[in-house]
Design a protein around this ligand. Sequence first.
Ligand SMILES: NC(=O)c1ccc[n+]([C@@H]2O[C@H](COP(=O)([O-])OP(=O)(O)OC[C@H]3O[C@@H](n4cnc5c(N)ncnc54)[C@H](O)[C@@H]3O)[C@@H](O)[C@H]2O)c1
Length: 588
Amino acid sequence: MRVLVTGSAGFIGGAVADRLEAQGDEVVRVDLLIAQAHAPGTTAERTHLVDVRDAAALRPLLDGVDVVCHQAAMVGAGVTVADLPAYASHNDLGTAVLLAAMHAAGVLRLVLAGSMVVYGEGRYDCPEHGAVRPGPRANADLDAGRFEPRCPRCGRDLVPGLVTEDAPFDPRSTYAATKAAQEYLVGAWARQTGGTAWSLRYHNVYGPRMPRDTPYAGVASIFRSALERGEAPRVLEDGCQRRDFVHVTDVAAANVVALVTDPPVDGLTAVNVCSGEPHTIGDLAYALAAATRGPEPVIVGGARPGDVRHVVADPARARSLLGFRAEVGFAAGVQAFATDPLRAPARTGRRHRTVSDRGPSTGPSRPEDRGVNVVPEIILPCLDEADALPVVMAALPGGWPVLVVDNGSTDGTAAVARALGARVVTEPRRGYGAAVHAGLESARAELVAVLDGDGSLDPAVLPGMVTAVAAGDTDLALGRRVPQGRRAWPWHARVGNALIAALLRHRGVPVHDVAPVRVARRVALLELGVADRAFGYPLELLLRAGAAGWRISEVPVPYRARAGGRSKVSGSLRGTFRATRDMAGLLR
Ligand SMILES: NC(=O)c1ccc[n+]([C@@H]2O[C@H](COP(=O)([O-])OP(=O)(O)OC[C@H]3O[C@@H](n4cnc5c(N)ncnc54)[C@H](O)[C@@H]3O)[C@@H](O)[C@H]2O)c1
């Protein structure tokens, strides 16, 4: 059998292509190695570097092909609105071009990598109203720790069940919408051409060659990457959300069977590809921590924007139509996954650029004035800032959500923050980097402004910085401290900072301050993969942003004596020494 596998350099496409070749089939491997999925410089052996949106390039490759296995897609949650065109283009335009090229080449069989994301929430039953479809969960419920969706008719608790293939589509993200559209396009192609297709709706796939810690990676990989850094996996919600984790070798096996099996009806036949052994996200975190002998998971509350609570599938249809039954159990699969090789992370900071390098914004200060309708989230890392917070929060631009990351305060910082209307998350691991990282993970907005919670910096600069990033003028807007009076910035801290900034400029990062205030896209910041969790965090961030080719701009920000309490960094010689030592370690 000659099979064209799209996305063959990917996690699942690679496993399918290898399995086909191992059993003696002829495989035509096609992949574009897109930047959102692969690190720069990645190569793929025996692969045609072809875009599935390129009909002319596909034409000769489809010669003599019996069946196409379409795995190529831009995957993940669809992290910013700016990603919409790229998702629609790779996933839907790509599928449409491929289908038309298959028709032109007379190829009538297709296996599509479908996804359980088309369902949205899983199946739920209300004791009174039977099967119901809860809508997205309210932020107020999530903030209050009420994670279970409620009956849309009576508000009662629901009983989660198994989702079957005839469940209506309810895609909740850009990515999910494009996966649903893929199925519609394939259905239309099959009706018009007499072709047949399977959509294998994979659940949460894990295993070797899974991408590393990026927002596009699955939760198993995110936990595994945290453990590799010696950090506890951070489990959102209460850890009791349920999923079906299915091993990539089982997913590859399901593809291989589907490629040679006639669907029972014309058109598209969808089947869940799952293990049939549901587990909670907490189970996964604990099992991985145990397998790696790493730190115990931390349940941190909060929820990913738009995330669903339980999606657990019914494996019956795949069993009866394809004879598919997952072989790899959860315990053995997770144990192996603890040491499986992972794929290098993609570096995607550049993909957010929207206009050419024009330097920092010189226009009006409010984002709305530039036609940029962006509300950023302000992240305030705080350790014992109960005295300063009222002053800080009063000075922030009105209407912007504030996320306080309480980094182990004992002075009631969290209660003060809540009373002032901030959302609060707790980061038990001490350290500036740990607090900022926790804030980035828990924040919900596309753009974030990170600011010290001690009132030393004037937040009036924030709207201009946000405008510059939102309009695409810069990738990282930084504040450059201008001390207001001699008490504002002790000499030792100023000297230490100037030294580090000079070393940074020497490395080609054009800054004059290791900025305590910065604005950037939240996901892009996470994608930088900053590992330092202490005072070295801001410096590592600058080094990584510079290496990723980010455009960096600085604006002066008035810097005065803190509003209350004592600085953890620059208030003492010891603090300056610790910070400079952490930073210098990174420049070595
Ligand atoms: N990983 C999961 O848990 C999961 C779950 C459900 C569905 N899926 C689906 O499975 C398929 C494979 O996902 P994966 O996890 O292996 O992702 P992946 O990112 O590892 O692989 C996708 C591959 O597609 C390639 N690609 C993207 N756009 C392309 C284009 N225009 N032309 C050619 N190649 C292109 C990428 O370079 C990448 O190598 C996708 O269709 C995805 O939607 C994955």
